[in-house]
Design a protein around this ligand. Structure first.
Ligand code: SAH
Length: 377
């Protein structure tokens, strides 16, 4: 049995792909961690929100998968871990995604917006801390006109021409994406969230469509952005078939960055009764993605660090090569609560930098001062 999985891992490592059935077999192989792999499906155990063991143990096949991914990441990127300073500049959002804590209809959230000057003081501080990429993320907040976004981007570029700017502000018109690009933004993060239409409609209200989200991703690519996509692991109704579709969609898009993290419950959303997604499944997919997309920039996400104290370390050892410490002003951090118990909301930016440095080196890698552009692929 275990041999079968090890053969599949070898084949995936050598060929960079597997048949649908083979991928499904890897996605669903037994785990040693004791976790439910699909906590929010009818097939889940009767008490699926079990607590995750502090030191989960993995099967030989799971360890072989993580190790294969780590060898490929070392072949491609050696031990470098790229660092992105994350500035969460607005918690206002016009959308009402069922899983997200900053959704429009959450009336219990105190909202904030950062001014251009506040954002610039974050990037100045980030520059001094050694960041050479800034990620500007927010809800879809119409307060910021295209002109304002362009002004923010060009002001950062003027002060720090050696830095890359990544935007993560949701679905926009193609012309808007073009304007931001012309102003100097060169990367864009927009997770597709799920590539299965039925699953998409379990997570989003009817006015949002998978088709439009995909169109945005292809527009961004055509314009010339380095594009990041990805999905949550373990959200309501996600099956192994959905994950297979996610992988197939990514193979079509060929993104430069791929962000995945466990779905995490937020108490003020319609999905408040769902369980957290699985750490094990997130790690397993991190490794599978590394083997299919050897060149990709794959973060060990904050959600992974939230679900387990060593989640990001495990993510790095399973193939992730990017971390995104928080650079937002401390006084607003708690208000960008996408999910409950989000980590790194009390520390100063300099502390987050030091903490990430320690976590990275203790895992056997090195944080590097570099823009961290994707390799040619
Ligand atoms: N408005 C932007 C940024 C969204 S927040 C956009 O639409 O792209 C960034 C990511 O956080 C989302 O893409 C989603 O995958 C993730 N996220 C949101 N709520 C979450 C939750 N409850 N658990 C885990 N991840 C979540």
């Amino acid at each position: 049995m275990a041999e079968k999985y090890e053969e599949l891992i070898d084949k995936l490592t050598e060929e960079g792909d597997l048949s649908d059935d083979e991928l499904l077999a890897l996605i669903t192989m037994p785990t040693g961690s004791g976790e439910g792999l699909f906590p929010n499906t009818p097939q889940a155990a009767s008490d699926p929100c079990e607590r995750l063991p502090l030191s989960p143990s993995f099967t030989e096949a799971e360890k072989a998968l993580f190790d294969a991914a780590d060898r490929v990441r070392r072949r491609e990127y050696k031990t470098a871990v790229y660092v992105r300073g994350l500035i969460e500049f607005s918690s206002f959002c016009r959308n009402d995604c069922y899983y997200c804590g900053i959704r429009r209809d959450n009336r219990n959230l105190k909202r904030y917006r950062l001014s251009c000057d506040q954002i610039l003081s974050c990037t100045d501080q980030g520059y001094d801390l050694g960041y050479r990429t800034f990620v500007l993320q927010g809800g879809e907040d119409p307060y910021y006109t295209d002109q304002m976004i362009c002004d923010i981007v060009s002001s950062i570029k003027e002060r720090h021409p050696d830095c890359a700017i990544t935007l993560s502000i949701g679905e926009k018109e193609r012309e808007s994406y073009q304007r931001y690009f012309d102003a100097g933004a060169e990367r864009y993060l927009l997770r597709h969230e799920t590539a299965d239409t039925r699953h998409y409609s379990l997570l989003h209200p009817a006015e949002l469509s998978l088709e439009h989200r995909k169109k945005c991703l292809f527009d961004l690519k055509e314009i010339g952005y380095q594009v990041g996509s990805g999905f949550m692991v373990g959200s309501l109704g996600q099956t192994a078939g959905c994950l297979l579709e996610d992988i197939r969609f990514l193979q079509m898009l060929m993104p430069d960055m791929i962000g995945i993290g466990p779905y995490l419950t937020h108490h003020d959303t319609p999905l408040r009764d769902c369980c957290n997604g699985s750490l094990t499944m997130t790690l397993r997919l991190t490794s599978i993605l590394r083997l299919i997309f050897p060149y990709a920039l794959i973060p060990a996400t904050t959600a992974l660090g939230t679900i387990h104290p060593l989640g990001r370390e495990m993510g790095m050892k399973a193939g992730a090569n990017v971390v995104m410490p928080n650079l937002s002003p401390v006084k607003v951090r708690k208000q960008y609560q996408l999910y409950d118990n989000k980590i790194c909301t009390g520390e100063l930016s300099s502390e987050c930098r030091g903490c990430m440095e320690r976590r990275t080196s203790s895992s056997g890698y090195q944080l590097v001062i570099d823009r961290g552009d994707v390799k040619a692929h």
